[in-house]
Design a protein around this ligand. Structure first.
Ligand code: ZN
Length: 328
């Protein structure tokens, strides 16, 4: 049932969620119940059909041809991997198992080209995108948990790379994901509120975003972050904050929860440091400034861009990394 506000805003119980978010794709089943099955994991590590990727500091070896980019995968049985350096990622529809090896440097690990999620995330197919997102997220966590946060002792990998245990105080540590909200704010004239962080280039604009505080709901975080960053007040009705989907954002450990929200006020106040600028855009203003190159939006791996294009009603030209006139 739709609800009209100010003649424009329509909240609905049947809003379509965002689909095909680039970093939310996957082609493998994680079969998480197998992570504790040491015998099964050992058998899969010895299976010549099992595939291994490497990861180092947010990137993995990739292979390219004119049309396509793909992960450079190799047979795990041909590799000298240890249980400490490897994590199990899942199995595909053909029952092929996938593992990732955390490597300390990029020498001697397959082809010369390494790709990060920002470089290749939108070019990979569903399987490879999901493998790379998971591998990078796990690696970021693992590198930060070599020592026990509780007592400082060196930790050991367990559950096929999905937990770490402390031999000194026996604490068990699991991968962390930090929830963050990201929100496109709309006013009663259906303009969109976009902001520019102080560390960004002139003309770069995106949706507002921030981490969920401890003890806070995601909806409360939407209201708090928008007000802190722009001075704009979000409506108090539950339908004024509308969830549209999520995707992992392992830079280093976020899960982005995407929203549209209805503004109850339009006056803008920014701190001039974290947020240098915030502006209301009509659709005509945004397309004109994007086409002129005066405004540039985030790249298409981001949920921010999808939230903006959902509001706009179609694709918009240019992004932070892509000059005008270059196709996606
Ligand atoms: Zn400990």
């Amino acid at each position: 049932m739709a609800r009209a506000r100010g003649g424009v805003w329509l909240g609905s119980l049947t809003v379509a969620m965002l689909d095909t978010l680039m970093l939310a794709r996957s082609g493998v089943d994680r079969v998480a119940e197998r992570r504790s099955d040491a015998e099964w994991i050992s058998a899969r590590l010895a299976d010549p059909a099992s595939r291994l990727m490497s990861v180092n500091d947010g990137a993995a070896p990739v292979v390219r041809d004119a049309q396509q980019v793909a992960l450079a995968l190799r047979s795990v049985a041909d590799s000298e991997v240890t249980a400490e350096d490897v994590a199990f990622l899942g199995v595909d529809d053909d029952d092929v198992a996938y593992f990732v090896e955390h490597v300390a440097d990029r020498e001697g690990h397959g082809p010369a080209e390494w790709g990060s999620l920002r470089d290749v995330g939108s070019g990979l197919d569903d399987r490879d995108a999901g493998l790379l997102v998971t591998a990078v997220a796990l690696d970021n966590w693992r590198r930060g948990h070599g020592r026990c946060p509780r007592c400082g002792a060196l930790t050991l990998a367990r559950q096929a790379g999905w937990s770490r245990t402390c031999p000194s105080c026996e604490a068990l540590h699991f991968p962390r994901t930090d929830p963050a909200v990201i929100v496109l704010v709309r006013d009663d004239d259906d303009r969109a509120l976009l902001g520019r962080q102080g560390r960004w280039q002139e003309g770069w604009f995106s949706t507002l975003a921030g981490f969920v505080d401890p003890g806070e709901s995601a909806e409360a975080a939407v209201r708090r972050e928008v007000h802190e960053e722009s001075g704009v007040v979000i409506g108090s009705h539950p339908d004024d904050v509308e969830y549209l989907g999520s995707q992992p954002w392992p830079f280093p450990a976020s899960l982005m929860l995407g929203y549209h929200a209805r503004a109850a006020s339009t006056d803008i106040v920014v701190d001039g440091e974290e947020i240098a600028q915030a502006r209301w855009f009509s659709r005509a203003e945004l397309i004109a400034e994007c086409e002129a190159g005066a405004v540039r939006l985030p790249p298409d791996i981001s949920i921010a861009r999808r939230l903006i294009e959902r509001w706009y009603g179609g694709e918009l030209p240019g992004d932070w990394s892509r000059p005008l006139g270059v196709a996606r």
